[in-house]
Design a protein around this ligand. Structure first.
Ligand code: NAP
Length: 313
């Protein structure tokens, strides 16, 4: 399927384009059974998704890669139709570890390049085999890091052809400025992946990113799963919001579709996660209706400035 600039993609500053609709592939390893990422990606490609949001620490890149390769082999898509985003995890920030981390992702996916590679968090953990290192008292083991040096190692990966575009995730304005103002900057971050949905609309960060040609990719666009081990349950469930429910009724859509459409209409790329075939289809059926200006404004007013994903680390 051709990606149309109008509906599925917006141009990135380096000439590549990013599909406006993606499938998040984080399936909680404790709750997700083996093979569900593989099945989900295959269904999603058949439905029309082309953008897949993955990461080494989602522990299913082998499944996602296998599904993508099989759909290329059976002629459904070509490699260049797919937009895969991988992430540099916190234990790989020292410059010497950056390329090996990306190469590990490529080897697991069995692909020659990723389309986008992003710094997952602007903080570093102690390098080593443990992805979540803590001391005997349960305190996180951080690592002295220089984000600019990490960025230069990423630039070298792009120059070597391992990745088409570079980006970041969970960066605030100050951290973005650090990269953008880096002397000798060779490749700008093209995107910033952050939590974004009607209860956390990110107006200031959005404005800054738009001014600087950085695409906002909105994660947890449906308000996440309600998993108390990592989700702030003080925030009420987004999909039960009264206004979203009433707008959804008006268009004969679901609240999930309205939440996704809201972000799409304001230029935010959405990466809803679902491993359920019906919901994968449902989440893609958002290109056949549009919200009015008044509805957009009313949904914007739902902003509570509360994160579902608090990233307590
Ligand atoms: P989300 O997409 O907002 O919500 C996912 C939850 O909603 C799942 O429990 C899913 O269950 C359910 N769901 C999906 N479609 C639905 C629908 N139409 N109606 C009702 N429920 C629906 O949250 P997320 O998983 O936190 O975020 C999405 C993706 O963003 C992740 O997969 C990951 O790729 C990325 N992410 C990145 C970061 C980061 O730090 N960069 C952080 C968090 C997430 P089913 O699977 O059963 O449908």
């Amino acid at each position: 399927m051709e990606l149309t600039a109008e509906k599925h993609s917006i141009p990135l500053s380096d000439g590549n384009s990013i599909p406006l609709m993606g499938l998040g592939t984080y399936g909680d390893p404790r709750a997700t059974h083996k093979g569900s990422g593989y099945e989900a990606v295959k269904v999603a490609i058949e439905v029309g998704y082309r953008h897949f949001d993955g990461a080494l620490v989602y522990f299913n890149e082998h499944e996602v890669g296998q599904a993508i390769r099989e759909k290329i082999a059976d002629g459904t898509v070509k490699r260049e139709d797919i937009f895969y985003c991988g992430k540099l995890w916190n234990t790989f920030h020292p410059p010497a570890l950056v390329r090996p981390a990306l190469e590990k992702t490529l080897k697991t996916l069995q692909l020659d390049y990723v389309d986008l590679y992003i710094v997952e968090l602007p903080l570093a953990f102690k390098p080593g085999d443990d992805f979540y290192p803590r001391d005997a008292n349960g305190k996180w083991l951080y690592h002295e890091t220089d984000l600019c040096a990490t960025w230069e190692a990423l630039e070298a990966c792009k120059d070597a052809g391992l990745v088409k575009s570079l980006g970041v995730s969970n960066f605030n304005k100050r951290q973005l400025e650090m990269i953008l103002n880096k002397p000798g900057l060779k490749h700008r971050p093209v995107s910033n992946q952050v939590e974004c949905h009607p209860y956390f609309t990110q107006p200031k960060l959005m404005e800054y990113c738009q001014q600087n040609d950085i695409v906002i990719v909105g994660y947890s666009p449906l308000g996440t799963s309600r998993d108390e081990s990592w989700v702030n349950l003080k925030c009420p469930p987004l999909l039960e919001d009264e206004l979203l429910v009433s707008v959804a009724k008006r268009y004969n859509k679901t609240t999930a579709q309205v939440a996704l459409r809201f972000n799409l209409q304001r230029g935010v790329v959405v990466i809803p996660k679902s491993f359920n075939p019906d919901r994968i289809r449902q989440n893609f059926e958002i290109f056949d209706f549009s919200l009015s200006e008044d509805e957009m404004k009313a949904i914007e007013r739902l902003n509570k400035n509360i994160r579902f994903v608090e990233l307590r680390m």
